[in-house]
Each structure stands twice: as structure tokens, then as C-alpha cells.
Design a protein around this ligand. Structure first.
Ligand code: KG4
Ligand code: ZN
Length: 338
């Protein structure tokens, strides 16, 4: 891979992400430019089960990971000679799925005598904000969001309010007591007879519906925590009362009202956290950050770029820029954590 000064070769970080159902590989330069970002989603394979089947995910990661890495190198016009560090998601996630990435990362780094960087998946989501978008902004040279900031991380597995102190450090201020926001979207979608994962489907359908048509309350829990399980039950009862035909007819209204309740809960808690911590800047990351109503409801927040909201490896390589690498070959005993 040629650098901006002719003839020089740019060192890049190879990122690997296999914590759930996306098999992803990316190449990111030290200054945060995304040279390649390959995501092989297994979502269609899991759709028939209505959710991710861990054993199926692990097996598909095994098949898809090396082709994804090869594709990332091809896309960047790079070879393994250009890779200076290997970054891999260590956890949290499905441990069998994570192990595929961790084993591949260790093997590649060991064979090339490279350092390995274990990355926390949540740190990865936060670091999706630190990548250069269209080569314009990056964390060190005129970035889009300055630390410290308050970060809402809303995904299929997590709903967290984080106090991000610097590019490497964050503290959890609030979390969900039951379902994650993405999980609430997915379970709601299932009740409405939509596909898996359902967040994007509800988002699309909600555009044609009336968000005030149904009143779905969201539990208020003390502090800065969230709770979404009651909302899902409220939708279940509404759908049951309406019956299949009426549910079908009013699906857009149901989607819009349900989405409104989730977004309202996320926005209210985020604003309360910003007030109580005195945070000057707010950011939103994770799969649910792709939601159009949530994005519109927080106009002053820094939002992860749309293609970097759901799981990807560019965010993992981005986070690795701020984590101490483990030198060759001391990482051979490194394990994944769930
Ligand atoms: O971050 P992510 O890819 O995986 C985890 O780390 O969990 O998030 C996936 C979640 C799914 O629950 C999916 O339904 C949700 O993000 N999602 C959305 C949208 N796009 C993806 N939720 C609401 N609106 C969207 N547009
Ligand atoms: Zn994620």
C-alpha cells in the first residue's frame, strides 16, 4: 500500500471482528483512515431462527473470516507485508464466535511476528467516532468529536451511557436492567411479523406510520439506567388485542409508536445524563445509532457514520490505535471473554 509520499509504504492495522453475526475485517491507518472495511453479514442465515444461533455463527465465522481478510487486503491494494499490528475483538460477545477471530488474529500476528492488540467490543463502538470520514476528520488532526464526551451506546447486546474521558478510557454511568434497545427493536419486529434483525425494518416501516397512534409507556427506573422489557410486553398485549388482521393493517402505526417509545427513552436518559454530569458533548454509537428517528432527535450529538454503526472491524482497528499492543509472541495464551 503506497503512502502519500511516493514510494513509502504505509503501515496499517488489520482489524478483525467476530463477536456476534458479522464476520468483519478492515485495514485502518495509524491516523485513522479506513483503507478497507469488509463486513460479511450472516444475518440472512440466522433469520430463519429469528435470532443469532451461537454455534451456527461460530461455524460461519470459520468459513468467512479468511476470505474477508483477503478481500480487505485486495480492496486496499495491500499485502500482509503492509500490516504492522493485528487488532482483534476479545469480548464481550458470543465466546465461540469470538474465539474464531482471536485464534485467527493470534495465528496471523504470530506467523508475521507482529504485535497483537486485544480490543473490547464496546471500546470499538466508541472508536467508530475516531475514524477519519472522507479523509477530513480524525482524532489527532481535527476530529469530529473531542474528548471528553457522554456517549450513548445502543446496540443489539448493550444499552449504555458512557463517560468517555479520553480515546482509551470510559466509565459506565448507566445500563439496561433487562433488554438492550436493539433487542427491543428486534423482539418488537418479530411480534409485528417483520424479519430479523428488525431494527432497520421498523425504522423503514415507521416512516409511513403515526407515532401517536398507540401509547406505549417506557418504564422509568431510578438513576441513569434503562428498562425495555415492559415495552415489549405492552406491544405483545396490543397485538393480541388487535388480532392478526388488524395488526397487519395497522403495522406502520404500531412500528412508528413502538419506535417513538424506544427513542424517547434513549433521548430522555441521555439528556438527563448530560445534565447531571455537565457533559458538553454527546455522541451516539452502536447499531441503534443508525435509527433515523434517534438521529433526528439528537441534532447536536456526534453520530457514528451510518456504515459504522452496526458491527464492523474498522472500529476495532480504530480502538487499537489507543490500546497498548502485546508484543510478539506473548499473546499466544490470550483468551476471549464473553
Ligand atoms: O451494534 P450491532 O451491529 O450489534 C451489537 O453489538 O449488538 O447492533 C445490532 C442492532 C440490532 O438489534 C438491530 O436491529 C439494530 O442494531 N439496528 C437498528 C437499526 N439498524 C440496526 N435499530 C433501529 N433502527 C435501525 N435503523
Ligand atoms: Zn456491536
Amino acid at each position: 500500500m503506497e503512502g502519500p509520499d511516493s514510494g513509502t509504504r504505509l503501515g496499517v492495522i488489520l482489524g478483525i471482528e467476530t463477536s456476534c453475526d458479522e464476520t468483519a475485517a478492515a485495514l485502518v491507518t495509524d491516523d485513522g483512515r479506513v483503507a478497507a472495511n469488509v463486513v460479511s453479514s450472516q444475518a440472512a442465515l440466522h433469520a430463519r431462527y429469528g435470532g443469532v444461533v451461537p454455534e451456527v455463527a461460530s461455524r460461519h465465522h470459520l468459513e468467512l473470516l479468511l476470505p474477508a481478510i483477503r478481500q480487505a487486503l485486495d480492496d486496499a491494494g495491500a499485502t500482509l507485508d503492509d500490516v504492522e499490528r493485528v487488532a482483534v475483538t476479545q469480548g464481550p460477545g458470543l465466546v465461540g464466535a469470538l474465539l474464531v477471530g482471536v485464534s485467527a488474529g493470534k495465528a496471523l500476528a504470530w506467523a508475521r511476528r507482529l504485535p497483537l492488540v486485544p480490543v473490547n467490543h464496546l471500546h470499538g463502538h466508541v472508536a467508530s467516532l475516531f475514524l477519519a470520514v472522507d479523509g477530513v476528520s480524525d482524532t489527532r488532526h481535527g476530529r469530529s468529536v473531542q474528548v471528553p464526551f457522554l456517549c450513548l451506546l445502543a446496540s443489539g447486546g448493550h444499552t449504555l451511557l458512557l463517560d468517555v474521558r479520553d480515546e482509551a478510557t470510559f466509565e459506565v454511568l448507566g445500563t439496561t436492567l433487562d433488554d438492550a434497545a436493539g433487542e427491543a427493536f428486534d423482539k418488537g419486529a418479530r411480534l409485528l411479523g417483520l424479519g430479523y434483525p428488525g431494527g432497520a425494518e421498523i425504522d423503514r416501516l415507521a416512516k409511513d406510520g403515526d407515532p401517536e397512534a398507540f401509547s406505549f409507556p417506557v418504564a422509568r427506573v431510578p438513576g441513569l439506567d434503562f428498562s425495555f422489557s415492559g415495552l415489549k410486553t405492552a406491544l405483545l398485549y396490543t397485538v393480541r388485542d388487535l388480532g392478526p388482521d388488524e395488526t397487519e393493517r395497522r403495522r406502520a402505526d404500531l412500528a412508528a409508536s413502538y419506535q417513538r417509545a424506544i427513542v424517547r427513552a434513549l433521548v430522555e436518559r441521555t439528556q438527563a445524563a448530560a445534565e447531571s454530569t455537565g457533559a458538553e458533548r454527546v455522541a451516539v454509537v452502536g447499531g441503534v445509532a443508525a435509527n433515523s428517528e434517534l438521529r433526528a432527535s439528537l441534532p447536536d450529538a456526534a453520530l457514528a457514520p451510518l456504515n459504522l454503526c452496526t458491527d464492523n472491524a474498522a472500529m476495532i482497528a480504530s480502538a487499537a490505535r489507543f490500546v497498548e499492543p502485546i508484543a510478539y509472541p506473548r499473546y499466544l495464551a490470550l483468551d476471549a471473554f464473553s
